[in-house]
Design a protein around this ligand. Structure first.
Ligand code: NAD
Length: 338
């Protein structure tokens, strides 16, 4: 077993603290040959409290790719918690997918969490399910197993999209065309909320089996939601989908989605603004999941949790109006406030 604080080291040929995404308190590496676990945990900030964030189980082409992901995602968690006034720091874990996701591997990940003594508390992310977290909880206290965050994220997104349409078009969702990429934990529920409010929803997923469960007649399954002509596009699958090339294929007025780190780099927010597309940053609208996860620790009852989800939409409205009045992107306005 290898457990290493790699923060100020040169590890696998990379000077960690010189990495272009590095702005972190700690980066840890753990490897266990028997279970085949190779994992990184990045603690971006613990100023507001223990670092929280999901664990991603993904096939990375290199150590560097996994490191990029964990550094960027953990910083995003700090920003997200700050924007939503959640009194926790930002962190993230990645597990390098190699063989199968065995019980041994998950148990080994629990040992990694135990070594950090609660300075990082994990939840699920892409590739890790609530069932995995419930299993990991048998071996460590340092996970959130109280709720599936997906439905909370979807609800916060739904309120935000409703508010964005109201602010931009002065209309309700009735008859509005919304395209969603990804029909997983977040995208599926978001589609249902929107369709129940009268929107026409066009949804795609690379896994066709995810598209077979829809019963609402306002939901249409499509090959790729990305380039559909619509009022609002909601990316709810993977990150880095907006590049200088790909944004030329967009045919939407507003972007508001749950996927983390949607922009390949931050300058793309300005390019979208110049194209006349309103981009609502993911850290602003996908905090419903952390609101759900932390509700018990923060002793929030159902009404307070619901209000916290509605507050995401109230911030969206405020920031959309501020950005419209100043003719600047929401991202730029948001940064000017921090
Ligand atoms: P998920 O794994 O349940 O679903 C993602 C879906 O996207 C899968 O069905 C997958 O097949 C599909 N997909 C992958 N690539 C695609 C592509 N190119 N086109 C279409 N579909 C594609 O994940 P989730 O929990 O629904 O999360 C979705 C996104 O939101 C992720 O980026 C995640 O990091 C982010 N996010 C999730 C939460 C949460 O509470 N679950 C909170 C904040 C952010």
């Amino acid at each position: 077993m290898i457990f290493k604080d790699i923060t100020d080291t040169n590890f696998k040929g990379i000077d960690i603290s010189s990495h272009h995404e590095f702005d972190h308190e700690k980066v840890y590496y753990y490897e266990d040959q028997e279970s085949q676990l190779k994992s990184l945990i990045a603690i971006h900030s613990s100023v507001e409290g223990p670092a929280i964030g999901g664990c991603r189980y993904k096939q990375y082409s290199s150590f560097q790719e996994g490191l990029n992901d964990v550094l960027r995602l953990s910083k995003g968690m700090t920003d997200k918690n700050n924007v939503a006034s959640i009194p926790f720091g930002g962190g993230k874990a990645v597990i390098f997918k190699q063989g199968i996701k065995s019980k041994n591997l998950l148990k080994s990940f629990a040992s990694f969490l135990n070594l950090l003594n609660g300075t990082y508390i994990s939840a699920e992310d892409i590739g890790i399910t609530i069932e995995d977290i419930i299993f990991i909880r048998k071996h460590t206290e340092h996970v959130f197993d109280n709720v599936d965050p997906g439905p909370f994220t979807a609800k916060g997104l739904f309120y935000s999209i409703e508010q964005a349409i109201q602010t931009y078009y002065s209309e309700s969702l009735e008859g509005k065309k919304i395209a969603i990429q990804g029909a997983g934990s977040v995208g599926k529920r978001l589609a249902e909320y929107l369709a129940c409010s009268g929107a026409d929803v066009f949804i795609s997923d690379i896994d066709g089996s995810k598209l077979s469960e829809f019963k609402n007649h306002n939901i249409y399954c499509v090959d790729d939601a990305f380039s559909i002509e619509c009022d609002l596009f909601s990316p709810c699958a993977v990150g880095a989908i907006f590049t200088n090339d790909s944004i030329n294929d967009l045919k939407c007025q507003i972007i508001a989605g749950g996927a983390n780190n949607q922009l390949l780099d931050s300058s793309i927010a300005e390019n979208l603004h110049e194209k006349g597309i309103v981009y609502i940053p993911d850290i602003l609208i996908n905090s419903g999941g952390v609101i759900g996860l932390t509700k018990d620790l923060l002793k929030r009852n159902d009404a307070e949790t619901e209000q916290a989800l509605r507050d995401i939409a109230n911030r969206v409205k405020y920031l959309m109006i501020q950005s419209q009045e100043r003719s600047i992107s929401i991202s730029k306005f948001l940064h000017s406030q921090n």
